[in-house]
Ligand binder design. Structure first.
Ligand SMILES: Nc1nc2c(ncn2[C@@H]2O[C@H](COP(=O)(O)OP(=O)(O)OP(=O)(O)O)[C@@H](O)[C@H]2O)c(=O)[nH]1
Length: 210
């Protein structure tokens, strides 16, 4: 069995209140909060999972969706190996915003970034909420742009783990030596990220004024 750990730097992007932090909370703590406070700046959390007998450590940057924080996003996606672009299936405007994020990532992020398009809050459809973004619209965008596609509910947990496992399965699992040299390279490119990453297993809400 391969005992090396592959770290995957992953960023979440999407309009405010689509459920980015809730998806992370479900994945990391298997929990949900009805009235979650908006993220300020960004939050950092980690979670380890086993994929094909290999340990993968997700280093997760959960960015704030509010417009006033939009200029900070490049700092978080610049060296990311994976991104979740999240929208709310009951909010068409959030799907338009998701399209913009996909375009920006393809123009500005690492050329081999793995992107998952995630339509969240599908539980609301069972509770009388009206679907405003058809599943086919999401699938079409994902197919056109080469993205993974999922519909999720952070509230019930439906498909949330599958998003992360899907990403983990797409990223080549590295040997320990390759992993060390990749993280050294990332360290020199982005010291701020790795300073925060030292807080393994904790979450940090960092109000960033940079
Ligand atoms: N019904 C339902 N509500 C959800 C779901 N995910 C999140 N919410 C609710 O939607 C609201 C916003 O969720 P957040 O996780 O804070 O959204 P966010 O995208 O991180 O928001 P910002 O931090 O402002 O960018 C909260 O009240 C959550 O409880 C879901 O899957 N279903």
């Amino acid at each position: 069995m391969n005992t090396s750990v592959t770290s995957i730097k992953l960023v979440l992007l999407g309009e405010a209140a689509v459920g980015k932090s809730s998806i992370v909370l479900r994945f990391v703590s298997n929990d949900f909060a009805e009235n979650k406070e908006p993220t300020i700046g960004a939050a950092f959390l980690t979670q380890r999972v086993t994929i094909n007998e290999h340990t993968v450590k997700f280093e997760i940057w959960d960015t704030a969706g509010q417009e006033r924080f939009a200029s900070l996003a490049p700092m978080y996606y610049r060296n990311a190996q994976a991104a979740l672009v999240v929208y709310d299936v009951t909010k068409p405007q959030s799907f338009i915003k998701a399209r913009h994020w996909v375009k920006e990532l393809h123009e500005q992020a690492s050329k081999d970034i793995i992107i998952a398009l995630v339509g969240n809050k599908i539980d609301m459809l069972q509770e009388g909420g009206e679907r405003k973004v058809a599943r086919e619209e999401g699938e079409k965008l994902a197919e056109e742009k080469g993205l993974l596609f999922f519909e999720t509910s952070a509230k019930t947990g439906e498909n949330v783990n599958d998003v992360f496992l899907g990403i983990g399965e797409k990223i080549p699992l590295k040997t320990a030596e390759e992993q060390n040299s990749a993280s050294n390279e990332r360290e020199s490119n982005n010291q701020r990220v790795d300073l925060n990453a030292a807080n393994d297993g904790t979450s940090a809400n960092s109000a960033c004024s940079c």
